[in-house]
Design a binder for this molecule. Structure first.
Ligand code: FAD
Length: 464
């Protein structure tokens, strides 16, 4: 018996992964509190609620959550259907969070500002592992915890527009003209784009999604202009394999985008490294600096940063984390998901061992656990929290019995050059990576790999 035993496990975030952690903690009989910054379960997911995901329902529901929901008479969605983010929130996350087993333990409007050890800063070692965690909220209140499961995601910390990873010169000054990834162009955000000129920066599926919506808007609203900027010399990766793509949805996305570009409805700028942004008469001038030092610029009304996300490690700066210098994931997990190495490899099933830091009792899970790697899948997060919670319950056999309930994936190609941008899955073939158990990765969200598994018995996500 020590000071930790009667304290709750604190879960940060009530997204898909945090609520799955809650379901597992309930099943294990461990006391817990979920702290959610937003006003609802799935607060981040709802912000991209207009986007339809690529993984069908059967991969999007945590098994422990499913057991609790089934007991309560929940009517499960069609396992093969692809929900929107909004449907994910309303048909699954909301009913889950409202179950009587979870509801009293989930606090909304509770933004975690910092996590430390009670009375110990990062320097102090004596008694550290048996000292409670101190969790401070933005409103100043504090909680003690025996362990922390950090499922706070990365949605709140998007990458900047500046090509070097630093904000472009003047980026903060033109914030009023900038858009977070995936604005609802055809819905609530329509007025900001109709009849305006929008620049979309990025080459992943978020960019493609927004560009297609803008092209639809341009067809309906005269004077709507669309420009697309990518860092690479060619958009081939974003276009994918077209009709030859084993994934109809991916092929169609890329083919539609290519048609718009070829027809001149979307203006494409390649080799575009954003250097500076300046306000210019109610618009914004986006300046590009080329390798030879030459500059050019484009004048637009709005700029959408579809440049990916990064984890916020500031809340854990008083904890002893051993982060991979590239991704900001744990060092054990990073080599498995590094997009510099794996454009489309497989992520072996992983759990508490790969998610452990020197700070015992703290685990980042879900989207945040992947750091800057753009390949996270909900199904992976569900396996992570099952394993972490089993370990917290002292059931190490279950904690280490990690497996993903997904079919094996096939082989993929690996190419370092472009994959680190998170832009795409496959391009020119290098040496094939060996087939592995688990999930193919390499596309934003790792989404297409799931569909690839379904639609082509082998091939992972590298069907183009
Ligand atoms: C457009 C899009 C499509 C995707 N499609 C798929 C798909 O098809 N299949 C798939 O498997 N994955 C998909 N993903 C990837 C991933 O599964 C989702 O992003 C998923 O929502 C990640 O779940 P999470 O719980 O880890 O994080 P999030 O859903 O981001 O949840 C984190 C929660 O923590 C809260 N929070 C953040 N900071 C704090 C704080 N300091 N204190 C308290 N609370 C905090 C947030 O408000 C949020 O509710 C997609 C992602 C995006 C963006």
């Amino acid at each position: 018996m020590n000071a930790l035993d009667n304290l709750p496990v604190v879960v940060v975030g009530a997204g898909p992964t945090g609520l799955a952690a809650a379901a597992h903690l309930h099943e294990r009989g461990l006391p817990y509190t979920v702290l959610e910054a937003g006003d609802t379960p799935g607060a981040a997911v709802r912000q991209w609620g207009h986007v339809r995901v690529f993984s069908p329902w059967r991969y999007n529901i945590d098994p422990a959550a499913r057991r609790l929901l089934d007991e309560a008479g929940w009517v499960a969605p069609d396992p093969e259907a692809l929900p929107t983010g909004a449907e994910l929130a309303t048909a699954y996350l909301q009913p889950l969070a409202e179950l009587p087993q979870l509801k009293p333990h989930v606090r909304y409007g509770a933004r975690v500002q910092a996590i430390s050890r009670l009375g110990l800063d990062r320097l102090r070692s004596a008694g550290r592992d048996t000292t409670p965690f101190l969790v401070r909220l933005a409103d100043g209140t504090e909680l003690l915890a025996r362990a922390v499961i950090d499922a706070s995601g990365t949605w709140g910390t998007p990458n900047v527009l500046g090509a070097s990873g630093l904000p472009a010169r003047g980026e903060a000054d033109v914030a009023a003209y900038l858009e977070h990834a995936l604005p609802d162009v055809l819905g609530v955000d329509r007025d900001r784009f109709a009849g305006r000129h929008t620049l979309v920066v990025g080459a992943g599926h978020s960019a493609a999604n927004t560009l297609l919506s803008l092209a639809d808007l341009a067809a309906a609203e005269p004077d709507t202009e669309v420009t697309w900027a990518i860092r690479t010399a060619t958009p081939a990766r974003t276009y994918g394999g077209g009709d030859a793509d084993a994934l109809p949805a991916r092929g169609a996305l890329g083919s539609r985008l290519r048609e718009h570009v070829d027809a001149g409805r979307i203006r494409l700028l390649t080799g575009f490294w954003v250097h500076a942004l300046t306000p210019a008469g109610g618009r914004v001038k986006v300046v590009v600096r080329h390798a030879d030092g030459g500059e050019e610029s484009v004048l637009v009304d709005r700029a959408v940063a579809a440049t990916g996300f990064r984890p916020d490690h500031s809340i854990t700066s008083e904890l002893r984390l051993d982060l991979d210098p590239v991704l900001g994931a744990t060092r054990a997990l990073a080599p498995l998901i590094d997009p510099n190495e794996h454009s489309c490899g497989t992520v072996p099933p992983h759990g508490v061992d790969e998610l452990t830091h020197p700070e015992s009792g703290y685990h980042a899970v879900g989207m945040k656990s992947y750091g800057r790697a753009p390949t996270f899948l909900m199904a992976t997060g569900y396996q992570q929290v099952r394993s972490v919670v089993a370990a917290l319950a002292g059931d190490w056999a279950a904690a280490r019995d990690v497996q993903l309930d997904l079919p094996e994936t096939g082989v993929c190609t690996s190419t370092a050059a472009d994959s680190a941008t998170g832009d795409s899955c496959c391009a020119s073939a290098a040496e094939p990576e060996p087939a592995g158990r688990g999930l193919a990765t390499g596309v934003t969200g790792g989404l297409l790999s799931l569909v690839a598994v379904d639609s082509a018995s082998a091939g992972g996500c590298c069907a183009s």
